[in-house]
Design a binder for this molecule. Structure first.
Ligand code: MGD
Ligand code: MGD
Ligand code: MO
Length: 761
């Protein structure tokens, strides 16, 4: 008899229905209440049951034979056999090793930053789990900010006086407000339909593309300023610009406003500080270079007349400037964010509906949605007794430079000496820049422990690998910021192989370390879910929101809470505009800081006291562009989330190596035809890719999405097409120390030898 069943579940890319039969996922289908469902789940059934699932606890052969302190053995990470062990034995070995490291070196020798997106679901969140475990066992060196928005998180509080995430979720024009008020939408880096498929914890109602239809019907001017046409939904004007040059373009727009009497003096006087220090830089009084459209034109590749006309248009209409996250994932990525706020301040429309500045629309799906926000359902991570941290993207620096000083947003810090790395819910050998360098760094620690469902490039480079369940193999509750839905996420199938939930893995380790009670508080995961849910229900009721009971939610599978609606959006900065004294911003001056005494006081040449054009080391205007004449951008993949589900996609005929998009002009110059296997290379590394030739990308720019599972051959050429075999591992600046992945020059040639036919897994 068939036990075929269908349930709805949620994920970072939204809700979908899953059909199971005989303990297997046999099909997925669209969630009928989503106006524009994502196609990402199509690879899910193949991925969940893929041969690359980690079946059993596995320990690297030579780590087991020679012990953690054997230097030669560490060089074998990634090229060694694994020994499968019973759970209890493996847990005991790992627990003893954690104990040894803390006894010999202290908890400051454990890195538990563990960055990555893991999966949706409030309780079984791999990062929260590993942090709580490490906290109850003495603490760990943590990481701050994110690969996504580190430069923004550093600069925005200095300029606008609030946490970047608060600005993005709270003080932002909602889609309906834009539709009703904005006349000119100037999108730096676009508002990307592929990226808005995704949001942390899920986006159920995919509405970005729908809003663009509304904008077009209303006759709004939609301007995509970006190296790729596809960075907005169809129908926008496309103004291609050289990657990394946005600050120059914004300065030239500002120069036109300043010199043609179009800048809003009264706004600058009443709501801003430091324009008087910035203005002489803009006009060239301080450095002899007037930031005119003629000056910017060769830098950004946009005609001077077009820049002039755009500035005038922006001043004459209700204009919203939007900035994608990608602009700040580049060297000096703080600058376009600061300069965009400055430009918006000069236009004087901050605090007016549909005007001003908005960061991150389209970067993830929930931004711009009008919902009432409720909190709760968070598994407590407890206190970390260790106070040392690194900016998240400085992982390789940390491992390579123990004891060395570095600067970060006004702090003078020192890299700790890490002996043990614990990673759960992330894939650094996918996400970090310059993977050759990370490979060197990865040889430093005694021991690397990873919880992972799949044999990713990171799991393959670990010493101890614990097989983790996926979100489809355990019960959880799903709910996300910017989303009105609440999901019961049933365990759809039993754990694949011997996989265990992260919670049970950490409870087991804690037991071997005498800390089980502290970690579990005597609860099973099901009991935790009930406890967290009861609190959530209580808190929601206090805010007037009725949520169903625990078992009622399980029966219903999901509910759409009455949280969505235009009435939940307010004009950002309206209170500040109405009363700049009593509703002052949380900056030192209480105003928008076009010049920041604080930042100037740090004395960072890579982030001076006001927005400044600082050419990156790698861009089309750099000297090294003679040798590597193409700028490679490495955006997020449209067909998946980062490196997740990649194993199933890679199996599809012709899917790997990954596609690299080139302009027909650049392809012809190199005798490259569509579909050719090419080698993308620079002085740091190389990878194979498949040529996708299109005039949707500007000349001299190539685009290779992240996501491929790093798989270098013996010469170091990645066979799958991971862009981080080429990117540069340098912080955005001493202020943000973020990832500067998008600042990268390469060249492309036809590959001489065909790639390995199939991925190694
Ligand atoms: N060149 C370049 N590089 C980039 C970027 C770029 O723009 N360009 N962007 C950066 C950004 S913004 C980001 S966010 C990162 C993405 O960073 P990654 O860390 O690469 O992201 P994911 O692939 O989502 O990693 C999540 C991992 O957790 C695993 N996982 C899923 N569920 C569970 C679970 O329940 N338990 C456990 N233990 N593991 C689980 C998945 O299998 C996967 O391996 O990449 C960064 N890297
Ligand atoms: N489908 C899908 N969606 C995702 C993700 C995913 O993995 N898959 N990941 C999510 C995550 S973690 C993040 S952080 C966000 C990232 O969101 P973003 O950072 O906004 O997106 P990216 O895809 O890196 O880049 C968007 C576009 O910016 C353009 N661009 C690059 N450099 C420049 C520049 O210097 N100037 C200008 N004007 N444009 C430039 C490129 O053409 C690129 O296509 O996406 C999220 N959404
Ligand atoms: Mo991200």
């Amino acid at each position: 008899m068939s036990d075929r069943k269908t349930h709805t579940t949620t994920s970072h890319w939204g809700a979908f229905n899953v059909t199971t039969e005989n303990n297997r996922i046999v099909g997925v289908s669209e969630f009928e209440h989503d106006p524009n469902p994502s196609a990402i789940p199509r690879s899910l059934p193949a991925a969940v049951h893929h041969r690359s699932r980690v079946a059993k606890p596995s320990i690297r052969q030579s780590w087991l034979t020679h012990g953690p302190q054997h230097r030669q053995s560490r060089k074998l990470r990634g090229n060694d056999a694994f020994v499968e062990l019973p759970w209890d034995e493996a847990l005991e070995i790992a627990a003893n090793e954690i104990t040894r490291v803390t006894k010999e070196h202290g908890n400051e020798a454990i890195f538990g930053g563990s960055y990555g997106w893991a999966s949706a679901g409030r309780f079984h969140h791999a990062l929260g789990q590993v942090h709580r475990f490490l906290n109850v066992t003495g603490g760990y060196v943590s990481s701050v900010a994110s690969y996504s928005t580190a430069a923004a998180q550093a600069i925005i509080p200095h300029v606008l006086g609030m946490h970047f995430l608060k600005l993005m979720w709270g003080e932002i024009n909602s889609w309906p407000m834009i539709a009703d008020n904005t006349e000119t939408l100037v999108m730096f880096g676009g508002i990307n339909p592929k990226n808005s498929q995704v949001s942390m914890g899920g986006v159920t109602h995919h509405e970005t593309a729908g809003w663009f239809n509304v904008f077009q019907q209303r006759g709004m001017r939609l301007l995509n300023i970006s190296p790729q046409r596809g960075d907005t939904p169809d129908g926008a004007e496309w103004l291609p610009l050289n990657p990394g040059s946005d600050t120059a373009l914004m300065l030239a727009l500002a120069w036109v406003l300043e010199t043609e009497g179009l800048a809003d003096r009264s706004f600058l006087d009443n709501y801003c500080t430091g324009y008087d220090k910035f203005q002489p830089y803009l006009t060239g009084a301080t450095d002899g270079i007037a930031k005119t459209p003629q000056w910017a034109a060769p830098l950004c590749g946009i005609d001077a007349d077009a820049i002039h006309a755009l500035a005038v248009n922006m001043a004459q209409t209700r204009t919203l400037i939007t900035v994608a996250w990608s602009l700040q994932r580049a060297e000096h990525g703080e600058q376009p964010y600061w300069m965009a706020a400055t430009l918006a301040a000069m236009l004087g429309q901050i605090g007016l509906p549909g005007g001003g500045i908005g960061y991150g629309y389209g970067a993830i799906g929930g931004i711009g949605v009008s919902v009432k926000r409720i909190s709760g359902l968070t598994f407590p991570q407890l206190e970390n007794p260790v106070k040392q941290y690194i900016p998240v993207a400085r992982i390789a620096d940390m491992l390579l430079k123990p004891g060395e000083p570095f600067e970060f947003n006004g702090h003078n810090l020192t890299y700790p000496d890490i002996k043990l790395v614990y990673w759960s819910g992330g894939n650094p050998f996918h996400h970090h820049q310059d993977l050759q360098r990370l490979n060197q760094a990865w040889q430093q620690p005694d021991t690397i422990i990873v919880n992972e469902p799949w044999w990713t490039a990171t799991a393959q480079r670990a010493d101890i690998v614990f097989p983790a369940t996926t979100a489809y193999e355990r019960h959880d509750i799903g709910r996300a910021e910017g989303d009105s839905y609440l999901f019961d996420m049933p365990a759809l199938i039993p754990p694949v192989g011997e996989a265990r939930d992260d919670y049970d893995i950490f409870a087991g380790l804690a037991r071997h370390m005498g800390r089980e009670e502290a970690f579990t508080e005597g609860r099973s995961s099901e009991q935790w879910l009930q406890t967290l849910y009861a609190n959530f229900q209580h808190e929601s009721a206090a805010k007037g929101i009725e949520v169903p009971g625990y078992s009622q939610l399980a029966e219903k599978n999901w509910v759409d809470l009455p949280l969505r609606g235009a009435e939940h959006s307010q004009t950002p900065f309206a209170e500040f505009r109405a009363d700049p004294v009593n509703a002052a911003l949380q900056t030192p001056s209480g105003k928008i800081e076009i010049y920041s005494e604080t930042i100037a006081g740090f004395n960072y040449s890579d982030c001076p006291g006001h927005p400044t054009w600082l050419p990156p080391a790698e861009w089309l205007g750099a000297e090294t562009a003679n040798e590597f004449p193409l700028h490679m951008v490495s955006p997020q993949p449209g067909d998946k989330l980062h490196s997740q589900l990649e194993c199933a996609i890679a199996d599809e005929a012709g899917a790997r190596p990954a596609p690299v998009t080139l302009n027909p002009h650049d392809a012809a110059q190199r005798h490259i035809n569509p579909g050719d296997i090419v080698r993308v290379y620079n002085h740091r590394g190389a990878c194979l890719a498949r040529a996708h030739v299109s005039d949707d990308i500007m000349p001299s720019v190539v685009s290779l999405s992240t996501g491929a599972w790093y798989d270098p051959d013996p010469n170091g050429t990645d066979q799958q097409g991971n862009p981080n075999s080429l990117t540069r591992d340098v912080g955005t600046s001493r202020l943000g120390q973020g990832s500067s992945a998008h600042s990268c020059l390469v060249d492309v040639e036809k590959a001489v030898s065909p790639p390995n036919a199939a991925p190694s897994l």
